[in-house]
Design a protein around this ligand. Structure first.
Ligand SMILES: Nc1ncnc2c1ncn2[C@@H]1O[C@H](COP(=O)(O)OP(=O)(O)OP(=O)(O)O)[C@@H](O)[C@H]1O
Length: 243
């Protein structure tokens, strides 16, 4: 996928949010878009997703199946979480049961009967992530996944990214806090002053570590991840017991 001479502004008289962006993403590649708040990361991601149209220039060779997880999932919709995900599977030409894999993997089973508008922000964000993954995207776009998702879901992101890229898909994600240092093999772009430039990855801290496997009750999982993180430990993953 290529961004060719891409310019974008939100109104005819507005300042340019992005100017003369030329860049490409290869199949199997992960790109982390860095930049301070308001730099234009979400705008670039929405142009990549086709949600926004460039003012000038074009996005070429966008894969046909795009999964886009906006920074805030629009939860003001009249469905339960389960209904919504099953319908999204149908809309995308799949059997509704295709949604069940993601309902299970994202630990959403207890929430399928809850209306979207009654979900906590973190759970609604997981529904947003599930809908993007149902159709096996050739391009997965995650806007600040470290902001909206709960602690357990965040630990699942590197594995999900790796699955998409291993299948030849591309992943584009924004990260204004530099949390994505642990996504192996990702390339980095920096958005600043309305322009895009390649950037070195943020340095990962040097560590002398061992890996400990711990089983916790499902209901305590989120709190355990938060506590471990707060104590400075790196939570590498969360999986169903017995897998
Ligand atoms: N719908 C809109 N209409 C007008 N201006 C907008 C709109 N959306 C974003 N902007 C402006 O465009 C600029 C870039 O916003 P964008 O959301 O792309 O930044 P960002 O790097 O993703 O920031 P954040 O990390 O806060 O989401 C900001 O100045 C923002 O205020």
């Amino acid at each position: 996928m290529r961004f060719e001479g891409l310019w974008f502004r939100y109104g005819r008289r507005a300042d340019w949010t992005l100017q003369a962006v030329d860049a490409s993403v290869e199949p199997g590649q992960t790109v982390v878009v860095l930049g301070r708040n308001g730099a234009g990361k979400s705008t670039l991601l929405q142009l990549a997703a086709g949600v926004l149209r460039p003012s000038r220039g074009a996005v070429r060779d966008r894969p046909p199946v795009v999964g886009w997880v906006p920074e805030r999932f629009p939860a003001d919709q009249p469905f339960t979480a389960g209904d919504y995900l099953h319908r999204m599977a149908l809309v995308r030409g799949h059997d509704p049961s295709q949604a069940d894999e993601w309902i299970e993997r994202l630990l959403l089973a207890d929430h399928t009967g809850t209306r979207l508008s009654d979900l906590s922000k973190g759970t609604a964000q997981k529904v947003g992530l599930a809908q993007a993954l149902i159709a096996r995207p050739g391009l997965l776009i995650l806007d600040e996944p470290w902001e909206g998702l709960d602690a357990v879901a965040r630990t699942l992101i590197p594995g999900i990214v790796a699955e998409v890229t291993a299948a030849g898909g591309m992943v584009l994600l924004s990260d204004h806090r530099g949390e994505t240092a642990r996504i192996p093999g990702a390339i980095h772009w920096q958005v600043a002053d309305a322009t895009l430039a390649p950037a070195p990855p943020p340095p990962a801290p040097a560590r002398d570590e061992v890996v400990i496997e711990v089983a916790v009750r499902r209901a305590d999982a989120d709190e355990a991840v938060v506590r471990l993180r707060a104590q400075g430990h790196a939570v590498l993953g969360v999986r169903e017991a017995g897998r």
